[in-house]
Design a protein. Structure first.
Length: 69
């Protein structure tokens, strides 16, 4: 069961670290590709992820937490 409604690619920060690694966002859209990327480069994971029961939200912006209340 998927707790997050977001596509897997949303879990990856596409910031300066992503760019410095020379990565292409189109290569990280599947669950497997995102998992492998985040295992190699955990700094690229979007945070925080808030979990309540069987639901979760990527709490960026922080107001997204209200979806769980």
């Amino acid at each position: 069961m998927d707790l997050l409604p977001n596509p897997p690619a949303d879990l990856v920060r596409k910031d300066k670290n992503f760019e410095a690694l020379g990565l292409n966002a189109n290569d990280y859209v599947t669950r497997e590709a995102v998992i492998n990327l985040l295992l190699q480069h955990p700094v690229l994971m979007q945070r925080p992820i808030i979990i309540k029961g069987q639901k979760a939200v990527l709490a960026r912006p922080s107001e997204k937490v209200l979806e769980l209340l």
